[in-house]
Write a protein that binds this ligand. Structure first.
Ligand SMILES: Nc1ncnc2c1ncn2[C@@H]1O[C@H](COP(=O)(O)OP(=O)(O)OP(=O)(O)O)[C@@H](O)[C@H]1O
Length: 271
């Protein structure tokens, strides 16, 4: 059964239709990268799948109609890392991560062993064990991002939706996060992460979904989606793309239009 099944999904914001007839199914253990230019609709799609914005069409989570699920049901099935990293309260990092356990217990219950283990595992996975006693509001941007991802990991939901989770992370923590997501998916969790880093998306995701103007224009293995033609057409870039041990390598190199202009200039100089 799909962890997430969306069909004919459309959504409007501020009077504009920003998602148009989206169909998407994510199975157990898939690591899906949601890619596309600024404004393509990636955040809106993730938010619609959580019922955070009004939408039309069908959205099922773990076989249940999203619009019939209670907040508690939803929190047991799906964890979310928002693009916005604002942390409102000066609670400790450990207390912040522990909030991820809330769906698993009553509001005033004491933390059970399973909760403590989940929090500890999330702190270690995101390499923030040594920050556990710091106030979350005092962390650096990348540290805040890791704390918020840890909170979502502690939730131990079957589906994790993460909006630009690598933004602001240093290269080591970017790779470590990709490894965490891959490990989770190999254990059966499904991950959908929006990403701008095409190199990371190419190398780590099982599947890429490319959005443009609120529509899905490609959906498949990285090598099928990150073609020179699609990169030029959708992003307006040229890229170095090659198969290598360990996965596809994609390195954007220049603007497609600028490339044409340079070629013309070069032709004039040499011609
Ligand atoms: N509250 C809003 N009111 C009006 N338009 C909105 C609103 N929120 C988003 N939009 C528009 O919806 C479109 C999709 O936005 P969205 O944030 O989903 O894009 P995105 O692919 O996540 O972009 P980015 O890569 O820049 O984060 C954009 O054109 C954006 O301007």
């Amino acid at each position: 059964m799909s962890r997430l099944a969306v069909s004919n999904l459309s959504a409007s914001l501020g009077g504009n239709t920003v998602l148009k007839g989206i169909a998407l199914s994510v199975g157990p253990g898939e690591f899906v990268g949601l890619i596309g230019p600024n404004g393509a609709g990636k955040s809106t799609l993730l938010r619609a799948c959580l019922g955070l914005i009004p939408s039309s069409g069908e959205i099922q989570l773990a076989g249940q109609d999203l619009r019939r699920m209670t907040a508690a049901d939803l929190a047991r099935h799906v964890a979310y890392v928002a693009q916005d990293r604002d942390i409102a309260w000066p609670i400790t990092v450990e207390a912040l991560v522990d909030l991820g356990r809330q769906p698993h217990r009553g509001a005033f219950a004491r933390s059970a062993l399973a909760d403590q283990e989940a929090v500890e595992a999330a702190l270690q996975r995101m390499d923030i064990g040594k920050l556990r006693s710091r106030r979350a509001t005092d962390l650096s941007g990348g540290e805040k991002a890791r704390a918020l991802i840890a909170r979502a990991l502690a939730q131990q939901a079957d589906l994790l939706l993460a909006d630009e989770p690598v933004a602001g992370l240093d290269p080591a923590h970017q790779i470590a996060l990709m490894q965490v997501f891959r490990d989770l998916t190999r254990q059966g969790t499904s991950v959908v992460a929006s990403m701008h880093d095409l190199g990371l998306a190419a190398r780590w995701c099982d599947r890429l979904v490319l959005l443009e103007g609120g529509r899905i224009v490609a959906d498949g293995p990285p090598a099928a989606v990150l073609t020179a033609d699609l990169l030029r057409r959708v992003y307006g870039i040229e890229a170095y793309v090659t198969e290598a041990a360990g996965g596809l390598i994609v390195q954007p190199t220049r603007l497609a239009q600028a490339g044409i202009e340079q070629q013309i200039a070069g032709d004039n100089i040499h011609g």
